[in-house]
Design a binder for this molecule. Structure first.
Ligand SMILES: O=C(O)CCC(=O)C(=O)O
Ligand SMILES: [Fe+2]
Length: 263
């Protein structure tokens, strides 16, 4: 079975291996109390509206929530984790001036859920540009991820854009990892949620980071109420998309993008 590289929290090594192999795990990076606070924030929304995303792709025994920054301030510490942003800087800023959150989704796979269909997260963009990664994803394990409870299935190397229907079981591995670990994968890496054959749910938080000149998958400007967006510090608001792309427009005194002219 292929393996996903497991590395220490070294930005350059993670970014280089992510580009070369399509996926990287960094184990137990987030503290347990932070995970507890995020889960506490999400419990009510999961129970109230997590079922609304149910469909053939997301599954019918899976609860989901989007626009996580509207639901959990604590989640900002994972979404804007320095290692994640360091890796995104290295992988994405080769192709853009700034990047932003494409989507942020909490996923609770309930017992009895079957495996999700294999896919590439960036396939909703209808074009590809050879050599340009459109996005990366960071999946945080809010629970221990195990083969039994639905750890994300990953096909290392599949960022080579091989046809998904030609992928055999022998090419698929699972991102089993302790709670607080993070799985990085490229937009072009084939993966899927696993089947949950355990008696307990499996909860994860996936954020995608997409090139600043692409349309974000989620509409952050509507999904996150303006007063909530404004209450976050500038780096988080910029990640939501409250920034222009490049120095040509939108620069006025005090504009957070003004730093472009300072450098
Ligand atoms: O839940 C997972 O492990 C992965 C889910 C996923 O890949 C997706 O919904 O795009
Ligand atoms: Fe996915």
């Amino acid at each position: 079975m292929p393996e996903i590289a497991r590395l220490p929290a070294d930005t350059d090594a993670v970014a280089d291996t992510l580009l070369a192999e399509g996926g990287v795990i960094v184990e137990t990076l987030a503290p347990a109390d932070l995970l507890d606070r995020i889960i506490a924030d999400l419990r009510g929304p999961f129970d109230e509206k997590g079922h609304r995303f149910a469909n053939d792709f997301n599954g019918y025994k899976t609860l989901r929530l989007g626009a996580i920054l509207a639901l959990s301030r604590a989640a900002a510490d994972l979404i804007a984790h320095p290692l994640v942003l360091g890796v995104a800087d290295r992988v994405l800023k080769r192709h853009c001036v700034n990047y932003r959150i494409g989507s942020s989704t909490a996923i609770e796979i309930l017992p009895g859920e079957k495996a999700q269909v294999l896919h590439r997260d960036d396939d909703f963009y209808p074009i590809r540009i050879p050599g340009v990664e459109f996005q990366i994803s960071a999946m945080w394990a809010l629970d221990d991820f195990t083969e039994e409870n639905g750890a994300t299935r990953v096909v290392p190397g599949s960022q080579d854009l091989r046809p998904i229907d030609a992928i055999g079981e022998a090419e698929i591995t699972q991102a089993a990892m302790p709670r607080g670990s993070v799985l990085f994968y490229l937009g072009g890496t084939v993966h899927a949620g696993g089947a949950n054959r355990s008696p307990a749910p499996r909860t994860g938080l996936i954020t995608t980071y997409s090139l600043g000149w692409l349309r974000q998958e989620e509409n952050m400007y509507l999904a996150i109420p303006r007063e909530v967006a404004d209450s976050y510090p500038d780096p988080i608001r910029r990640l939501m998309g409250y920034q222009s792309h490049g120095p040509a427009l939108g620069v006025w005194p005090g504009d957070p993008d003004g730093h472009w002219y300072d450098s």
